[in-house]
Design a protein around this ligand. Sequence first.
Ligand SMILES: Nc1ncnc2c1ncn2[C@@H]1O[C@H](COP(=O)(O)OP(=O)(O)OP(=O)(O)O)[C@@H](O)[C@H]1O
Ligand SMILES: [Mg+2]
Length: 487
Amino acid sequence: MAKSTLSFVCQNCGAAYNRWQGKCDSCGEWNTLAEEDTTGATSMPVSVRSRRKGRTFALESLTGKSNDAPRLPSGMTELDRVTGGGFVRGSVLLVGGDPGIGKSTLLTQATSMLARAGHRAVYISGEEAVAQVRLRAERLGLADAPVQLAAETSVEDIVSTLSEGAVPRLIVIDSIQTMWTDTVESAPGTVTQVRASAQALIRFAKKTGAAIILVGHVTKDGQIAGPRVVEHMVDAVLSFEGEGSQHFRILRAMKNRFGPTDEIGVFEMTGLGLREVSNPSELFLSERDLGSPGTAVFAGIEGTRPVLVELQALVAPTTLGTPRRAVVGWDPSRLSMVLAVLEAHCGVKLSGYDVYLNVAGGLRIQEPAADLAAAAALVSSLVNAPLPTDAVYFGEISLSGAVRPVAQTSARLKEAAKLGFGRAVLPESARGEVGGDGGLALNSIGGLTSLVAEIAARGSPRGNRDTSREGAAEKNATPARFRRENS
Ligand SMILES: Nc1ncnc2c1ncn2[C@@H]1O[C@H](COP(=O)(O)OP(=O)(O)OP(=O)(O)O)[C@@H](O)[C@H]1O
Ligand SMILES: [Mg+2]
């Protein structure tokens, strides 16, 4: 008989210890150790194990023939964009996201589309009863799709059921945290169970060629719950994001063995399910605050697609010893850098002000090209002068205060022209590569100083402004606040 080995396994990182302790030495988390039986599938006595002779298997070449199309498009363009053109045969995807964000909805829609196209698609729910899944399908208008449905949690049962008949093209497991396998003794949801269940399902996918999507819970800081090693085992990790209060949902690839990781899929949550948004710029700009100070439109690129989005800044006098810097949707260290450049090179004193920056619509921008739009929004808020409503901004700011060119200038300009913008503020050196700018007036900027001077000039008192901030605006707009180094 195998001796059962109990050990204490960190539920955050998977490190194992012989005795309980309050803090995991490996990842530094407190109170994450739980007792588990880690005997696992390798509990055979060594004497028995070593007597088994290895089976010989055929080695294959890279140029082997595969009869079927290696990718299976789901029929949802936004989902296929993120997976890199469809589900690869035998691949395993992990989809994570906050509770209630719409993971089950997305995957119900994907399986239904495939089933309607005549493929065998299976949806296994470990969280909801069959009736609940049916209810959702009815609400989404998908009740007639020939999806095979089950509420099951035993990996062994699932594998033997699915081994019968035609190989399913897509299997959704909702969620991996509810699955359990006989081979290990720990409770479902523990690190050992999640790892062993994922292993068994991945083995099934590789053997049969079925594509499997695992739904994964996320912890409160946004990581996929369970062992990190599951993320290494699967072929792609997708994260489904969005602000609870808003209807936009963004699907993003964090890892993809068969496709790019910089593409995003944009959806809108409606009563009838997730609606694909093929032109995200229109959505992100639909509720613009026209003519208010502190907003600038950034012409960005997400993957291969240009996306226009509004940056909103608020610069307000602080009451605290250390002013607040808060940012949503952008890198806080880039904000600090832009503020430092504004202080050091443009004479904009921000140390007495709280600074808030928000990317509208719940998008997360990763491009440095947003620097110029952020700087424009910040200065506009500081001097209380609205920026022109028909202008887009893009360009990277260097530590010296120069505005540097960014990639794909013409794609950005084309998108802006398509959406009715009239001018673009862009890096000086980008002008050479501009082609087909759609008739936009180009305002090229060599250094941040000239942009600041331009916005400050707009800040001179005019009739239709908010009078409560008038005094502050006038004070801020005085030339003394802006050392115009070039003029
Ligand atoms: N009748 C409805 N009208 C509009 N939206 C709805 C309706 N019913 C549900 N929703 C949306 O669907 C979301 C739930 O979706 P879903 O069950 O797919 O989420 P999930 O990510 O699978 O959640 P969990 O982590 O709990 O499994 C709700 O948060 C809500 O936004
Ligand atoms: Mg769900």
